[in-house]
Design a protein around this ligand. Structure first.
Ligand code: INI
Length: 156
């Protein structure tokens, strides 16, 4: 059986964007740091890494669509933090961000990852932004790194 599986390796030429929703920036700045760190540790060239900032998670799919259409990137990593409050706003924003990222991605053939936190509490968000539960921004970057290598193998 031929197993086709992506490896965690970059050659330094990949042009990658991080799209970050600034809302809850205390959290999302940490996700960006994690994503950038993962990119560099896996062989990425920092000069080929763009950071695109949008107001909040709701705007991520729109910037993603634009970035995909630009054809400038080999892969895109989305990060943000939607934290539940006392109104249903959380449900709308988190659902739109998740659906929007998936549907924008479907029409293009480059790797895109969803590192948007959707948590019930600020504590859960802190845990996932570089403390007890790791860094979901780093994980989201690692995902596109693996998918980039997988796509390269599948194109051969
Ligand atoms: N945006 C977030 O990224 N996280 C949140 O927790 C959040 N809450 O809770 O309101 C949030 N709201 C802003 C939203 O993403 C849009 O920027 C805003 O609705 C304007 O379109």
């Amino acid at each position: 059986m031929n197993i086709i599986e992506g490896q965690m390796r970059l050659n330094g030429n990949e042009k990658v964007a991080i799209i970050n929703g600034r809302f809850n920036h205390i959290i999302t700045d940490r996700l960006v740091e994690g994503a950038q760190d993962s990119f560099k540790r896996h062989g990425g060239n920092d000069e080929n890494l763009d950071l695109i900032l949008v107001p909040g998670a709701f705007e991520i799919p729109f910037a993603l669509q634009k970035a995909l259409e630009s054809g400038k990137y080999d892969a895109i990593c989305c990060v943000g933090a939607v934290i539940r409050g006392s109104t249903p706003h959380f449900d709308y924003i988190s659902a739109e961000a998740t659906k929007g990222i998936a549907s924008a991605t479907m029409n293009h053939s480059i790797p895109v990852s969803n590192g948007v936190l959707t948590t019930n509490t600020i504590e859960q968000a802190i845990e996932r932004a570089g403390s007890k539960a790791g860094n979901k921004g780093a994980e989201a970057m690692t995902t596109i790194i693996e998918m980039l290598d997988l796509y390269a193998q599948m194109d051969k």
